[in-house]
Design a binder for this molecule. Sequence first.
Ligand SMILES: [Zn+2]
Length: 477
Amino acid sequence: MKPLKADELRKKFIDFFVSKGHTQISGASVIPENDPTVLFTTAGMHPLVPYLLGQPHPAGTRLTDYQKCIRTGDIDSVGDPHHLTCFEMLGNWSLGDYFKKEMIPWSYEFLTKELGIDPEKLSVTVFEGEEGIPRDTESAEIWHSLGIPYERIYFMPREDNWWGPAGETGPCGPDTEMFIDTGRPACGPDCKPGCGCGKYFEIWNDVLMGYNKNKEGQFVEMERKCIDTGMGIERTIAILQGKKSVYETEVMQPILKRIGELAGVEYGKDDKTDISMRIIADHIRTSTFILGDQRGCTPSNVGQGYILRRLIRRAVRNGRHLGIQGTFLAKVAEIVIDLYGAPYPELLQNKDKVFDELTKEEIKFSETLEKGEKQFEKMTFFMEKQGIKEIAGGSAFKLYDTFGFPIELTQELAAEKGFTVDVKGFNEAFAKHQELSRTAEAGQFKSGLGDHSEETTALHTATHLLHAALRKVPLRP
Ligand SMILES: [Zn+2]
């Protein structure tokens, strides 16, 4: 495998598809323009949905791009060596143009020639079929004709190899996914692509959108067939470079190095400080992408602004864990902008805004963080004495109202000490406060502060839309 860097992979992918007659389009904002069901653009195909559904695209029927994506549903898992809340996705699309016969050979060509992946290490999955929809032997035969032996072509059911439709009805279809054998021993006799043990690494997914689901729930083959593919940059370069983690690659190392300089620690020497360093690196990277976006927002108590606030506050708190005093977030963001200013010039244009907003939020939160933590300590000290293990909703609300602790932060602190939080009680206290102060616009607070994970709720709402897209780039390699 060629140990490509992110910049090289991005360029190779785009150049490859341009050489196959595609037009490069620019990626969209991380804040979706016409989709109120999700807070952030979560996949490369997300901005392309209207065109996959039939709207003509001004740039034609063969498109390719790289897209910054944000998924914060797993924010609590960030800190381990695998999770990221922000990543780049490469994609190419056929809008009623080419189909399987072109796409599968191109996939094979790109993986083996451009990325230098040993064909012996490749396995693929195809749709096994079900009542009314035939088994995708066509794709299997194309893979086989390219040299993939039948024993490495796996037929999988709908749960694994089907995308869509985006709504109740509409275009949908099977997909074919490509896996690299990492060389790890199989976890058992049933180990195969899609197994979570880490033997098989999913590198790419071609969605073969050839059906229309009608009102009667039938899948009817369409005349106008589309292709939608997605490849995550960070995890792909990690595997190409033989790294165990995306945090060991050149897109995260300089950020971790800067954090290390600020904290006087070195990455990779201590598990506990590594976790904090990864949280800061990830969260400030994502915050920089949100603040520096063409449609960027600022920290607030609603929607995207609330997620941004959570990311920043969590980074500040982890900075304190590392012993960093004073403001430091903008110094971390400088490195992110150095790394990504070329592919995303909007980051350079919005540089000052990124630094200002980070620092403003950091100062605001730092002022109360220490006091809040003291209050939290005091509170749990007395609770412990009385054998109480659940923090009352009113107390959690006080931490929010007086010290700016997002409910998730209180939950995190609580979990660290073996406590739980009465989130329902918090919501009630919050609602009551809203009613009294009448300052908030009705309805806006129902998410986020309400059920402690608005992004999850939003994703649930759009699950039908993004089901396959979400599977395309698992956050965990
Ligand atoms: Zn396995």
